[in-house]
Ligand binder design. Structure first.
Ligand SMILES: [Zn+2]
Length: 107
């Protein structure tokens, strides 16, 4: 099974579904260490710009030119962007647990 590395514990514990959801602005919680991660927001902004561009341009061309070719290009572009979203690196996030004490350092 395809697993991805957690940026906290450096173990391959994140599933394909978690990594896919990280590209959809969702937080990922490691089952091994409980650390929270997300895809870099600046990269997600760029990715979603291209999602919008892909749908707007090739969606318009599909309707305006009444060509299935542009629909295929739009779907192909969408799949490429999904693959790019899965390959985005994960950033560590702070824990949402209550305030830490000196004997209980943050993760
Ligand atoms: Zn972890």
């Amino acid at each position: 099974m395809l697993m991805f590395e957690c940026p906290h514990c450096k173990q391959a514990t994140l599933t394909f579904k978690q990594k896919l959801l990280a590209g959809k602005w969702c937080d990922v919680i490691c089952p091994n260490c409980g650390g929270r991660s997300c895809a870099y927001p600046a990269l997600l902004v760029v990715l979603y710009f291209f999602y919008t561009w892909d749908v707007m341009l090739f969606g318009y061309l599909t309707v305006h030119e009444t060509s299935v070719l542009y629909l295929g290009v739009m779907i192909g572009g969408w799949l490429l962007l999904e693959m790019f979203g899965i390959s985005l690196p994960l950033a560590r996030m702070k824990s949402t647990s209550p305030a830490t004490t000196p004997g209980n350092p943050p993760r």
